[in-house]
Design a protein around this ligand. Structure first.
Ligand SMILES: NC(=O)c1ccc[n+]([C@@H]2O[C@H](COP(=O)([O-])OP(=O)(O)OC[C@H]3O[C@@H](n4cnc5c(N)ncnc54)[C@H](OP(=O)(O)O)[C@@H]3O)[C@@H](O)[C@H]2O)c1
Length: 256
C-alpha cells in the first residue's frame, strides 16, 4: 500500500455502526469493512451487505432495538466481547423519524421513541466504549446529524426529530471538548436530502423533488455512497487533527 492508502486504512481497527440494515448505515458499515475494519453492525433487522469475498475487514451483524435501554446495554457489552474488548470507531447512525406529523400533533410515544433511539442510545453507547478508547489512547466517534439541526424545514414536518439531531450535534462538540485530551475525536456527519428507503417515497414526489433540486447547488439527491469519503476521513488517521466539527454532505443545500 502507498502512504495515501495507508492514511485511510482501517486495518486492525474495530468499529460499531448502528442502523445498518438499510440506507446510509448499510453503506457506512460496508465502507468500514472495505477499509479493513472489523465491524459490529447493529439494527433490529439483520444486516445483509454485499461484500466482495476478499474484503479485508469483517462484518458482524447484531440484532438490537436501540429504543430499549436494556437491549442497548446488552448489545454494547456483546460488541466489546465480539471485538476483543475495544471499539476504535463508533458511528451513531440509527434514527427514528415520525415522518409527516405536524409539530402540534406529535404523540408522547413518538417523542419518547425519537429521543430514545436518536439521542439516548448514542449517549449510552459512547459512554460504554469511552473507557476502552481512553485506555487505548484514542478513538473516533461519528454522530449522524442532520441539516434540520441548523435550519427549519416546515415543509417536511419533523420537529422532535430536529431536536434530537440538534442535541446529538451539541453533545458531539461537548464530548470533543471533554475527551480530546485522551485522543478521542468526535465529529458529526451531516446529511442533506439522501435517497434511502425511508426518504425516497417523500423526496421523489414531483413537487418536493423540484423544490429540493432547485435549492441544491449540485442538483441531484444524495446517495448513501456519497458518504464514503467523508466517513473515511473522520474515521481514519487522515482526520487526526479534526474534532468537534460537523461535516455537511448536502450537495450545497445549506450553503446559500
Ligand atoms: N436520508 C436522509 O435524507 C437523511 C437526512 C438527514 C439525516 N439523516 C440521518 O442519517 C442517518 C441514516 O438515515 P437513513 O435515511 O439511511 O435511515 P433509514 O434508511 O431509515 O435507516 C435507518 C436505520 O436505522 C435503523 N433503526 C431505526 N430504528 C432502530 C431501532 N429502534 N433499533 C435499531 N436500529 C434502528 C434501521 O434498522 P431496523 O429498522 O432494521 O431497526 C435502519 O437500518 C440517520 O441518523 C438519519 O437521521 C438522513
Amino acid at each position: 500500500m502507498n502512504e495515501i492508502a495507508d492514511l485511510f486504512s482501517l486495518k486492525g481497527k474495530t468499529a460499531v455502526v448502528t442502523g445498518t440494515s438499510a440506507g446510509i448505515g448499510a453503506r457506512l458499515a460496508r465502507t468500514l469493512v472495505l477499509a479493513g475494519a472489523q465491524v459490529v453492525a447493529m439494527a433490529r433487522r439483520t444486516t445483509h451487505v454485499d461484500l466482495p469475498s476478499s474484503s479485508p475487514g469483517e462484518l458482524i451483524p447484531m440484532n438490537v432495538d436501540l429504543g430499549q435501554r436494556d437491549q442497548v446495554a446488552n448489545a454494547a457489552r456483546a460488541s466489546l466481547e465480539a471485538l476483543g474488548g475495544r471499539v476504535d470507531i463508533l458511528v451513531n447512525n440509527a434514527a427514528f423519524l415520525a415522518g409527516g406529523v405536524k409539530a402540534e400533533d406529535e404523540s408522547y410515544e413518538d417523542i419518547r421513541h425519537t429521543l430514545a433511539v436518536n439521542l439516548e442510545a448514542p449517549i449510552l453507547l459512547a459512554q460504554t466504549f469511552y473507557p476502552g478508547m481512553r485506555a487505548a489512547g484514542g478513538g473516533s466517534i461519528i454522530n449522524m446529524g442532520s441539516i434540520v439541526a441548523s435550519v427549519g424545514i416546515g415543509r417536511l414536518p419533523q420537529a422532535v426529530y430536529s431536536a434530537s439531531k440538534g442535541g446529538l450535534e451539541a453533545i458531539t462538540r461537548e464530548w470533543a471538548a471533554q475527551w480530546s485530551r485522551y485522543g478521542i475525536r468526535v465529529n458529526s456527519l451531516v446529511p442533506g436530502f439522501i435517497e434511502t428507503e425511508t426518504t425516497a417515497p417523500i423526496i421523489n414526489i414531483e413537487k418536493i423533488q423540484e423544490w429540493i433540486l432547485r435549492n441544491t447547488l449540485l442538483p441531484r439527491h444524495g446517495q448513501p455512497a456519497d458518504f464514503d469519503g467523508a466517513l473515511l476521513l473522520l474515521a481514519s488517521d487522515a482526520g487526526r487533527y479534526i474534532t468537534g466539527q460537523r461535516l455537511v454532505v448536502d450537495g450545497g443545500w445549506t450553503a446559500h
